[in-house]
Design a protein around this ligand. Sequence first.
Ligand code: F6P
Length: 526
Amino acid sequence: MTEKSKAPEKLGAWKSLRAHQKEVSKKSLRELFAKSRNRADRFSAEACGIRLDYSRHLATRKTVRLLTRLAREAGVGDLRDRMFAGEHINTTEDRAVLHVALRAGRRDRFRDGDQDCTADVHEVLDRMERFVKGVHSGEIRGYGSRLSFTDVVNIGIGGSDLGIEMALKALHHHRVRSIRVHTVSNVDGTQLADVLEQVNPRATLFVICSKTFTTQETLTNARAARTWLAETVGEEAVARNFAAVSTNHEAMDDFGIHPDYRFGFWDWVGGRYSIWSAVGLSMALGLGIDNFRAFLAGGRAMDRHFREAPADQNLPMLLALLSVWYNDFLGASSQAVLPYDARLSRFPAFLQQLHMESNGKSVRKDGRALRVPSGTILWGEAGNNAQHSFYQLLHQGTRFVPVDFIAPDEGSSRFKEQHSLGLINMQAQAQALAFGQTAAEVRAELESRGLSKKEIRALAIHKVHRGNRPSSLIRFRRLDPETLGKLVALYEHKVFTEGAIWGIDSFDQWGVELGKKLARELQSAV
Ligand code: F6P
Protein backbone atom coordinates (compact mmCIF):
# COMPACT_ATOMS: atom_id res chain seq x y z
CA MET A 1 0.00 0.00 0.00
CA THR A 2 1.34 3.45 -0.78
CA GLU A 3 0.67 6.74 0.88
CA LYS A 4 1.27 10.25 -0.35
CA SER A 5 4.61 11.54 0.81
CA LYS A 6 6.36 14.71 -0.17
CA ALA A 7 9.83 14.55 -1.59
CA PRO A 8 11.82 16.28 1.17
CA GLU A 9 14.04 18.16 -1.27
CA LYS A 10 10.96 19.80 -2.80
CA LEU A 11 9.89 21.42 0.47
CA GLY A 12 10.42 25.17 0.79
CA ALA A 13 12.30 24.83 4.07
CA TRP A 14 14.65 22.27 2.49
CA LYS A 15 15.55 24.72 -0.26
CA SER A 16 16.09 27.50 2.29
CA LEU A 17 18.28 25.19 4.36
CA ARG A 18 20.37 24.49 1.26
CA ALA A 19 21.06 28.20 0.88
CA HIS A 20 21.51 28.69 4.62
CA GLN A 21 24.03 25.84 4.77
CA LYS A 22 26.46 27.99 2.77
CA GLU A 23 26.20 30.79 5.37
CA VAL A 24 26.72 28.42 8.28
CA SER A 25 29.67 26.65 6.68
CA LYS A 26 31.59 29.91 6.88
CA LYS A 27 31.11 30.19 10.64
CA SER A 28 33.11 28.51 13.36
CA LEU A 29 31.93 27.40 16.79
CA ARG A 30 34.51 29.74 18.35
CA GLU A 31 32.87 32.60 16.48
CA LEU A 32 29.33 31.54 17.40
CA PHE A 33 30.24 31.35 21.08
CA ALA A 34 32.15 34.66 20.97
CA LYS A 35 29.10 36.41 19.49
CA SER A 36 26.63 35.13 22.04
CA ARG A 37 27.75 34.94 25.66
CA ASN A 38 24.68 33.02 26.77
CA ARG A 39 24.72 30.60 23.85
CA ALA A 40 24.70 27.57 26.17
CA ASP A 41 21.39 28.77 27.67
CA ARG A 42 19.83 29.78 24.38
CA PHE A 43 20.66 26.49 22.73
CA SER A 44 19.39 24.12 25.34
CA ALA A 45 16.11 22.50 26.24
CA GLU A 46 14.91 20.45 29.18
CA ALA A 47 12.03 18.07 29.66
CA CYS A 48 11.19 15.15 31.96
CA GLY A 49 14.46 15.71 33.84
CA ILE A 50 16.55 15.33 30.67
CA ARG A 51 18.67 18.31 29.66
CA LEU A 52 19.85 18.75 26.11
CA ASP A 53 22.66 21.22 25.51
CA TYR A 54 23.00 21.68 21.77
CA SER A 55 25.06 24.86 21.86
CA ARG A 56 28.10 23.11 20.33
CA HIS A 57 26.29 22.57 17.06
CA LEU A 58 26.96 24.35 13.80
CA ALA A 59 23.63 26.08 14.04
CA THR A 60 22.26 29.56 14.55
CA ARG A 61 18.75 30.63 15.63
CA LYS A 62 17.94 30.82 11.95
CA THR A 63 19.05 27.19 11.47
CA VAL A 64 16.69 26.10 14.24
CA ARG A 65 13.86 28.19 12.77
CA LEU A 66 14.34 26.65 9.33
CA LEU A 67 14.62 23.13 10.71
CA THR A 68 11.43 23.45 12.72
CA ARG A 69 9.76 24.84 9.60
CA LEU A 70 10.99 21.74 7.79
CA ALA A 71 9.32 19.54 10.42
CA ARG A 72 6.09 21.47 9.93
CA GLU A 73 6.18 21.30 6.14
CA ALA A 74 6.99 17.58 6.23
CA GLY A 75 3.94 17.02 8.44
CA VAL A 76 5.80 15.50 11.41
CA GLY A 77 3.15 16.61 13.93
CA ASP A 78 0.33 15.24 11.82
CA LEU A 79 2.01 11.84 11.37
CA ARG A 80 2.80 11.72 15.10
CA ASP A 81 -0.88 12.32 15.94
CA ARG A 82 -1.91 9.65 13.46
CA MET A 83 0.49 7.20 15.09
CA PHE A 84 -0.96 7.87 18.55
CA ALA A 85 -4.47 7.57 17.08
CA GLY A 86 -3.73 4.01 15.92
CA GLU A 87 -3.86 4.73 12.18
CA HIS A 88 -2.05 2.25 9.99
CA ILE A 89 0.97 4.44 9.31
CA ASN A 90 3.12 1.36 8.67
CA THR A 91 1.72 1.29 5.17
CA THR A 92 3.76 -1.48 3.56
CA GLU A 93 2.54 -3.93 6.22
CA ASP A 94 -0.82 -2.20 6.73
CA ARG A 95 -0.27 -2.02 10.49
CA ALA A 96 -0.79 0.43 13.28
CA VAL A 97 2.35 1.58 15.11
CA LEU A 98 1.37 1.45 18.74
CA HIS A 99 4.41 0.64 20.85
CA VAL A 100 3.38 3.82 22.68
CA ALA A 101 0.29 1.92 23.90
CA LEU A 102 2.58 -0.55 25.67
CA ARG A 103 3.49 2.13 28.20
CA ALA A 104 0.02 3.64 28.46
CA GLY A 105 -1.69 4.31 31.76
CA ARG A 106 -4.79 2.21 32.42
CA ARG A 107 -7.04 5.13 31.54
CA ASP A 108 -5.24 6.13 28.32
CA ARG A 109 -7.15 5.24 25.21
CA PHE A 110 -5.40 3.34 22.43
CA ARG A 111 -7.26 1.40 19.77
CA ASP A 112 -6.41 -0.48 16.61
CA GLY A 113 -9.79 -0.66 14.92
CA ASP A 114 -12.00 -2.71 17.25
CA GLN A 115 -9.15 -3.78 19.50
CA ASP A 116 -8.87 -2.02 22.86
CA CYS A 117 -5.08 -2.01 22.97
CA THR A 118 -4.82 -0.46 26.44
CA ALA A 119 -6.93 -3.21 27.99
CA ASP A 120 -4.97 -5.95 26.20
CA VAL A 121 -1.63 -4.43 27.18
CA HIS A 122 -2.60 -4.27 30.85
CA GLU A 123 -3.97 -7.78 30.85
CA VAL A 124 -0.59 -9.12 29.69
CA LEU A 125 1.31 -6.79 32.01
CA ASP A 126 -0.68 -8.00 35.01
CA ARG A 127 0.00 -11.62 34.03
CA MET A 128 3.69 -10.79 33.69
CA GLU A 129 3.59 -9.27 37.16
CA ARG A 130 2.10 -12.42 38.70
CA PHE A 131 4.63 -14.58 36.88
CA VAL A 132 7.64 -12.46 37.83
CA LYS A 133 6.54 -12.29 41.46
CA GLY A 134 5.90 -16.04 41.47
CA VAL A 135 9.42 -16.71 40.17
CA HIS A 136 10.99 -14.34 42.70
CA SER A 137 9.06 -15.76 45.64
CA GLY A 138 9.86 -19.32 44.63
CA GLU A 139 6.21 -20.19 44.12
CA ILE A 140 7.01 -20.88 40.46
CA ARG A 141 9.94 -23.28 40.21
CA GLY A 142 11.64 -25.56 37.77
CA TYR A 143 10.56 -29.16 37.24
CA GLY A 144 11.27 -31.29 40.31
CA SER A 145 13.29 -28.48 41.88
CA ARG A 146 13.30 -27.59 45.56
CA LEU A 147 15.27 -24.49 44.63
CA SER A 148 13.82 -21.23 43.30
CA PHE A 149 15.00 -20.28 39.83
CA THR A 150 18.54 -18.92 40.07
CA ASP A 151 19.09 -18.28 36.37
CA VAL A 152 17.05 -16.96 33.46
CA VAL A 153 18.29 -17.47 29.91
CA ASN A 154 16.70 -15.17 27.36
CA ILE A 155 16.91 -16.68 23.89
CA GLY A 156 16.18 -14.09 21.19
CA ILE A 157 17.88 -11.85 18.65
CA GLY A 158 17.61 -8.27 17.37
CA GLY A 159 14.66 -6.55 19.00
CA SER A 160 14.07 -9.66 21.11
CA ASP A 161 17.54 -9.39 22.63
CA LEU A 162 19.26 -6.02 22.31
CA GLY A 163 16.90 -3.99 24.51
CA ILE A 164 16.87 -6.66 27.22
CA GLU A 165 20.64 -6.90 27.29
CA MET A 166 21.08 -3.14 27.18
CA ALA A 167 18.59 -2.51 29.99
CA LEU A 168 19.91 -5.26 32.26
CA LYS A 169 23.40 -3.84 31.95
CA ALA A 170 22.27 -0.23 32.33
CA LEU A 171 20.28 -0.99 35.47
CA HIS A 172 22.62 -3.55 37.00
CA HIS A 173 22.57 -1.52 40.24
CA HIS A 174 18.78 -2.11 40.41
CA ARG A 175 18.96 -5.87 39.85
CA VAL A 176 17.22 -8.58 41.84
CA ARG A 177 20.19 -10.23 43.49
CA SER A 178 18.78 -13.73 43.74
CA ILE A 179 18.59 -14.20 39.98
CA ARG A 180 21.07 -13.97 37.12
CA VAL A 181 19.85 -13.22 33.61
CA HIS A 182 21.87 -14.40 30.60
CA THR A 183 21.19 -13.53 26.99
CA VAL A 184 21.76 -15.88 24.07
CA SER A 185 21.34 -14.55 20.55
CA ASN A 186 24.00 -15.68 18.11
CA VAL A 187 23.37 -18.86 16.13
CA ASP A 188 26.93 -20.18 16.28
CA GLY A 189 26.29 -21.92 19.61
CA THR A 190 29.08 -20.28 21.59
CA GLN A 191 26.89 -18.13 23.85
CA LEU A 192 24.54 -21.00 24.61
CA ALA A 193 27.39 -23.39 25.38
CA ASP A 194 29.02 -20.86 27.72
CA VAL A 195 25.77 -20.22 29.61
CA LEU A 196 24.87 -23.90 29.94
CA GLU A 197 28.25 -24.52 31.55
CA GLN A 198 27.33 -22.13 34.37
CA VAL A 199 23.78 -23.09 35.25
CA ASN A 200 21.88 -25.77 37.15
CA PRO A 201 19.26 -27.12 34.69
CA ARG A 202 16.48 -27.56 37.26
CA ALA A 203 16.90 -23.99 38.53
CA THR A 204 17.10 -22.41 35.08
CA LEU A 205 14.22 -20.75 33.29
CA PHE A 206 14.58 -20.35 29.52
CA VAL A 207 12.59 -17.52 27.97
CA ILE A 208 12.19 -17.88 24.21
CA CYS A 209 11.62 -14.42 22.93
CA SER A 210 10.57 -14.06 19.32
CA LYS A 211 7.82 -11.97 17.81
CA THR A 212 7.45 -14.35 14.88
CA PHE A 213 8.72 -17.55 16.53
CA THR A 214 10.22 -18.43 13.17
CA THR A 215 13.64 -16.77 13.49
CA GLN A 216 16.29 -19.31 12.58
CA GLU A 217 18.87 -18.24 15.18
CA THR A 218 16.38 -18.17 18.04
CA LEU A 219 14.70 -21.46 17.23
CA THR A 220 18.02 -23.22 16.71
CA ASN A 221 19.22 -22.08 20.14
CA ALA A 222 15.85 -22.82 21.75
CA ARG A 223 15.82 -26.39 20.37
CA ALA A 224 19.39 -26.96 21.53
CA ALA A 225 18.47 -25.72 25.02
CA ARG A 226 15.40 -27.97 25.07
CA THR A 227 17.48 -31.02 24.08
CA TRP A 228 19.99 -30.20 26.84
CA LEU A 229 17.22 -29.85 29.40
CA ALA A 230 15.50 -33.04 28.28
CA GLU A 231 18.80 -34.92 28.49
CA THR A 232 19.81 -33.55 31.88
CA VAL A 233 16.41 -33.44 33.64
CA GLY A 234 13.82 -35.09 31.40
CA GLU A 235 11.31 -34.13 28.68
CA GLU A 236 8.71 -33.19 31.35
CA ALA A 237 10.89 -30.26 32.38
CA VAL A 238 10.12 -28.38 29.15
CA ALA A 239 6.68 -27.38 30.40
CA ARG A 240 8.13 -26.01 33.67
CA ASN A 241 11.48 -24.55 32.63
CA PHE A 242 10.50 -22.82 29.41
CA ALA A 243 8.47 -19.64 29.01
CA ALA A 244 7.89 -17.83 25.72
CA VAL A 245 7.03 -14.41 24.39
CA SER A 246 5.57 -14.21 20.91
CA THR A 247 2.69 -13.19 18.69
CA ASN A 248 2.67 -16.73 17.23
CA HIS A 249 0.53 -18.88 19.57
CA GLU A 250 0.48 -21.91 17.29
CA ALA A 251 4.27 -22.12 17.24
CA MET A 252 4.40 -21.80 21.05
CA ASP A 253 1.97 -24.74 21.21
CA ASP A 254 4.16 -26.80 18.90
CA PHE A 255 7.21 -26.11 21.04
CA GLY A 256 5.40 -27.34 24.15
CA ILE A 257 5.18 -24.04 26.02
CA HIS A 258 2.77 -24.32 28.96
CA PRO A 259 -0.26 -21.99 28.47
CA ASP A 260 0.45 -20.19 31.77
CA TYR A 261 4.05 -19.56 30.73
CA ARG A 262 3.36 -17.76 27.47
CA PHE A 263 3.00 -14.05 26.97
CA GLY A 264 1.64 -12.52 23.83
CA PHE A 265 1.90 -9.24 22.03
CA TRP A 266 0.54 -7.86 18.78
CA ASP A 267 1.55 -7.11 15.22
CA TRP A 268 1.27 -3.36 15.90
CA VAL A 269 4.50 -3.63 17.89
CA GLY A 270 7.65 -3.63 15.76
CA GLY A 271 10.45 -5.93 16.96
CA ARG A 272 12.87 -3.07 17.64
CA TYR A 273 10.14 -1.21 19.56
CA SER A 274 9.08 -4.21 21.63
CA ILE A 275 11.13 -3.90 24.83
CA TRP A 276 8.04 -2.31 26.45
CA SER A 277 5.92 -5.39 25.75
CA ALA A 278 6.17 -8.92 27.15
CA VAL A 279 9.53 -8.98 25.34
CA GLY A 280 10.67 -7.20 28.51
CA LEU A 281 9.86 -10.34 30.54
CA SER A 282 13.51 -11.28 31.12
CA MET A 283 14.23 -7.66 31.99
CA ALA A 284 11.40 -7.70 34.55
CA LEU A 285 12.71 -11.01 35.93
CA GLY A 286 16.17 -9.50 36.33
CA LEU A 287 15.14 -6.11 37.69
CA GLY A 288 11.79 -6.71 39.37
CA ILE A 289 8.35 -5.77 38.11
CA ASP A 290 8.31 -2.41 39.90
CA ASN A 291 11.43 -1.33 38.05
CA PHE A 292 9.93 -2.56 34.79
CA ARG A 293 6.80 -0.48 35.48
CA ALA A 294 8.99 2.53 36.31
CA PHE A 295 10.71 2.06 32.94
CA LEU A 296 7.29 2.14 31.26
CA ALA A 297 6.37 5.29 33.18
CA GLY A 298 9.54 6.94 31.87
CA GLY A 299 8.55 6.11 28.29
CA ARG A 300 5.05 7.48 28.94
CA ALA A 301 6.45 10.79 30.24
CA MET A 302 8.56 11.20 27.10
CA ASP A 303 5.52 10.40 24.91
CA ARG A 304 3.61 13.23 26.57
CA HIS A 305 6.49 15.61 25.97
CA PHE A 306 6.80 14.53 22.32
CA ARG A 307 3.09 15.12 21.76
CA GLU A 308 2.84 18.44 23.53
CA ALA A 309 6.07 20.43 23.29
CA PRO A 310 6.64 22.91 20.46
CA ALA A 311 9.27 21.75 17.98
CA ASP A 312 12.01 24.10 19.20
CA GLN A 313 11.61 22.77 22.76
CA ASN A 314 10.87 19.20 21.80
CA LEU A 315 13.84 16.99 22.67
CA PRO A 316 13.23 14.15 20.18
CA MET A 317 12.45 16.62 17.41
CA LEU A 318 15.53 18.73 18.12
CA LEU A 319 17.78 15.65 18.03
CA ALA A 320 16.17 14.50 14.78
CA LEU A 321 16.34 17.89 13.12
CA LEU A 322 20.01 18.27 13.98
CA SER A 323 20.60 14.79 12.66
CA VAL A 324 18.90 15.64 9.34
CA TRP A 325 20.89 18.89 9.24
CA TYR A 326 24.18 16.98 9.42
CA ASN A 327 23.11 14.01 7.28
CA ASP A 328 21.56 15.94 4.44
CA PHE A 329 23.13 19.38 4.46
CA LEU A 330 26.53 19.26 6.13
CA GLY A 331 27.75 15.90 4.82
CA ALA A 332 28.21 13.97 8.07
CA SER A 333 29.25 10.39 7.40
CA SER A 334 27.78 8.96 10.62
CA GLN A 335 26.83 9.79 14.18
CA ALA A 336 28.49 8.55 17.38
CA VAL A 337 26.76 7.97 20.72
CA LEU A 338 29.21 8.10 23.61
CA PRO A 339 27.84 7.47 27.10
CA TYR A 340 29.97 8.47 30.07
CA ASP A 341 28.63 5.68 32.24
CA ALA A 342 29.86 2.22 31.34
CA ARG A 343 26.47 0.84 32.38
CA LEU A 344 25.21 2.33 29.11
CA SER A 345 27.82 0.57 27.01
CA ARG A 346 25.20 -1.48 25.12
CA PHE A 347 23.03 1.57 24.48
CA PRO A 348 24.77 2.39 21.15
CA ALA A 349 24.17 -1.19 19.92
CA PHE A 350 20.50 -0.90 20.85
CA LEU A 351 20.25 2.45 19.08
CA GLN A 352 21.95 1.02 16.02
CA GLN A 353 19.07 -1.35 15.34
CA LEU A 354 16.54 1.35 16.17
CA HIS A 355 18.04 3.84 13.72
CA MET A 356 19.38 1.68 10.94
CA GLU A 357 16.62 -0.91 10.69
CA SER A 358 13.97 1.82 10.90
CA ASN A 359 15.39 4.39 8.53
CA GLY A 360 17.79 2.49 6.27
CA LYS A 361 15.40 2.89 3.34
CA SER A 362 15.70 4.32 -0.15
CA VAL A 363 12.07 4.28 -1.26
CA ARG A 364 9.49 6.74 0.00
CA LYS A 365 6.02 5.81 1.23
CA ASP A 366 4.57 6.76 -2.16
CA GLY A 367 6.84 4.21 -3.86
CA ARG A 368 9.19 6.80 -5.35
CA ALA A 369 12.95 6.82 -4.91
CA LEU A 370 14.28 8.87 -2.02
CA ARG A 371 16.81 11.29 -3.48
CA VAL A 372 18.52 12.53 -0.33
CA PRO A 373 20.75 10.63 2.12
CA SER A 374 18.67 8.84 4.74
CA GLY A 375 19.36 6.53 7.67
CA THR A 376 21.88 7.79 10.17
CA ILE A 377 24.81 5.41 10.48
CA LEU A 378 25.15 5.17 14.22
CA TRP A 379 27.93 3.72 16.32
CA GLY A 380 29.49 4.21 19.71
CA GLU A 381 30.95 2.88 22.91
CA ALA A 382 31.34 3.92 26.53
CA GLY A 383 33.13 7.27 26.31
CA ASN A 384 36.24 6.79 28.38
CA ASN A 385 37.15 3.51 26.70
CA ALA A 386 36.50 5.10 23.32
CA GLN A 387 38.84 8.00 24.12
CA HIS A 388 41.67 5.48 24.12
CA SER A 389 40.42 3.80 21.00
CA PHE A 390 38.72 5.76 18.22
CA TYR A 391 38.54 9.40 19.39
CA GLN A 392 41.62 10.19 17.29
CA LEU A 393 39.42 9.93 14.21
CA LEU A 394 36.75 12.12 15.77
CA HIS A 395 39.27 14.85 16.54
CA GLN A 396 41.55 14.87 13.53
CA GLY A 397 40.15 12.48 10.91
CA THR A 398 38.88 13.64 7.52
CA ARG A 399 35.40 12.38 8.39
CA PHE A 400 32.80 14.55 10.03
CA VAL A 401 31.00 12.76 12.88
CA PRO A 402 28.57 14.61 15.17
CA VAL A 403 28.44 13.17 18.65
CA ASP A 404 25.84 12.62 21.38
CA PHE A 405 27.50 12.60 24.79
CA ILE A 406 25.21 11.05 27.41
CA ALA A 407 25.81 11.10 31.16
CA PRO A 408 24.07 11.07 34.52
CA ASP A 409 25.10 13.70 37.07
CA GLU A 410 25.47 11.02 39.74
CA GLY A 411 27.53 7.90 39.21
CA SER A 412 25.86 4.51 38.93
CA SER A 413 28.35 2.70 41.16
CA ARG A 414 29.48 3.16 44.73
CA PHE A 415 32.67 4.86 43.49
CA LYS A 416 30.93 8.19 43.05
CA GLU A 417 34.09 10.29 42.91
CA GLN A 418 35.36 8.28 39.95
CA HIS A 419 32.26 9.28 38.05
CA SER A 420 33.20 12.98 38.37
CA LEU A 421 36.44 12.16 36.62
CA GLY A 422 34.43 10.66 33.77
CA LEU A 423 32.30 13.82 33.56
CA ILE A 424 35.39 16.04 33.47
CA ASN A 425 36.69 13.97 30.57
CA MET A 426 33.40 14.31 28.73
CA GLN A 427 33.48 18.12 29.10
CA ALA A 428 37.07 18.21 27.93
CA GLN A 429 36.28 16.12 24.85
CA ALA A 430 33.26 18.22 23.92
CA GLN A 431 35.39 21.34 24.22
CA ALA A 432 38.28 19.91 22.21
CA LEU A 433 35.94 18.79 19.45
CA ALA A 434 34.17 22.14 19.27
CA PHE A 435 36.99 24.61 19.65
CA GLY A 436 40.08 22.62 18.71
CA GLN A 437 43.54 24.11 18.93
CA THR A 438 44.79 26.59 16.33
CA ALA A 439 48.23 26.59 14.72
CA ALA A 440 49.13 29.72 16.72
CA GLU A 441 48.13 28.02 19.97
CA VAL A 442 50.11 24.90 19.08
CA ARG A 443 53.18 26.97 18.19
CA ALA A 444 52.98 28.92 21.46
CA GLU A 445 52.76 25.68 23.42
CA LEU A 446 55.74 24.16 21.61
CA GLU A 447 57.78 27.33 22.09
CA SER A 448 57.08 27.28 25.80
CA ARG A 449 58.42 23.73 25.86
CA GLY A 450 61.68 24.98 24.31
CA LEU A 451 61.44 23.34 20.87
CA SER A 452 63.51 24.85 18.06
CA LYS A 453 61.89 26.75 15.20
CA LYS A 454 62.67 23.87 12.85
CA GLU A 455 61.10 21.32 15.20
CA ILE A 456 58.03 23.51 15.63
CA ARG A 457 57.64 23.88 11.86
CA ALA A 458 57.73 20.13 11.41
CA LEU A 459 55.44 19.22 14.27
CA ALA A 460 52.87 22.01 14.58
CA ILE A 461 50.66 21.01 11.67
CA HIS A 462 50.18 17.52 13.11
CA LYS A 463 49.03 18.90 16.42
CA VAL A 464 46.44 21.31 15.08
CA HIS A 465 42.83 20.41 15.97
CA ARG A 466 40.56 22.15 13.50
CA GLY A 467 37.62 22.02 15.90
CA ASN A 468 34.11 22.77 14.62
CA ARG A 469 33.13 19.20 15.37
CA PRO A 470 29.64 19.28 16.87
CA SER A 471 28.24 17.49 19.88
CA SER A 472 25.12 17.35 22.04
CA LEU A 473 25.30 16.90 25.78
CA ILE A 474 22.42 14.83 27.12
CA ARG A 475 22.35 14.97 30.90
CA PHE A 476 20.05 13.75 33.69
CA ARG A 477 20.30 13.22 37.41
CA ARG A 478 20.79 9.49 37.66
CA LEU A 479 20.48 6.34 35.61
CA ASP A 480 17.38 4.72 37.09
CA PRO A 481 14.61 2.67 35.40
CA GLU A 482 12.40 5.68 34.75
CA THR A 483 15.21 7.68 33.19
CA LEU A 484 16.22 4.77 30.99
CA GLY A 485 12.61 4.60 29.76
CA LYS A 486 12.77 8.30 28.92
CA LEU A 487 16.04 7.88 27.04
CA VAL A 488 14.78 4.97 24.96
CA ALA A 489 11.55 6.79 24.07
CA LEU A 490 13.56 9.95 23.31
CA TYR A 491 15.51 8.13 20.62
CA GLU A 492 12.45 6.23 19.34
CA HIS A 493 10.72 9.52 18.65
CA LYS A 494 13.90 10.97 17.19
CA VAL A 495 13.95 8.12 14.67
CA PHE A 496 10.23 8.65 14.01
CA THR A 497 10.79 12.36 13.26
CA GLU A 498 13.70 11.66 10.89
CA GLY A 499 11.63 9.06 9.02
CA ALA A 500 8.70 11.46 8.75
CA ILE A 501 10.94 14.11 7.20
CA TRP A 502 12.39 11.66 4.70
CA GLY A 503 8.87 10.40 3.94
CA ILE A 504 9.77 6.75 4.46
CA ASP A 505 8.09 3.88 6.35
CA SER A 506 10.23 3.62 9.52
CA PHE A 507 8.34 0.56 10.74
CA ASP A 508 8.92 -2.15 8.15
CA GLN A 509 12.22 -3.99 7.50
CA TRP A 510 12.00 -5.67 4.12
CA GLY A 511 15.74 -5.30 3.67
CA VAL A 512 16.50 -8.11 6.12
CA GLU A 513 14.16 -10.64 4.52
CA LEU A 514 16.11 -11.62 1.41
CA GLY A 515 19.18 -12.75 3.35
CA LYS A 516 16.94 -14.78 5.70
CA LYS A 517 15.21 -16.47 2.76
CA LEU A 518 18.50 -17.34 1.07
CA ALA A 519 19.90 -18.76 4.34
CA ARG A 520 16.79 -20.97 4.68
CA GLU A 521 17.22 -22.18 1.10
CA LEU A 522 20.90 -22.92 1.63
CA GLN A 523 20.10 -24.71 4.90
CA SER A 524 17.56 -26.98 3.25
CA ALA A 525 20.03 -27.77 0.45
CA VAL A 526 22.69 -29.18 2.84
O1 F6P B 1 15.87 -9.76 11.03
C1 F6P B 1 15.47 -8.62 11.70
C2 F6P B 1 14.37 -8.91 12.67
O2 F6P B 1 13.20 -9.20 11.99
C3 F6P B 1 14.17 -7.75 13.62
O3 F6P B 1 13.31 -6.79 13.12
C4 F6P B 1 13.68 -8.44 14.84
O4 F6P B 1 13.83 -7.63 15.98
C5 F6P B 1 14.54 -9.66 14.86
O5 F6P B 1 14.69 -10.01 13.50
C6 F6P B 1 14.00 -10.82 15.65
O6 F6P B 1 12.74 -11.22 15.20
P1 F6P B 1 11.81 -12.13 16.08
O7 F6P B 1 11.50 -11.41 17.33
O8 F6P B 1 10.59 -12.38 15.25
O9 F6P B 1 12.55 -13.42 16.37
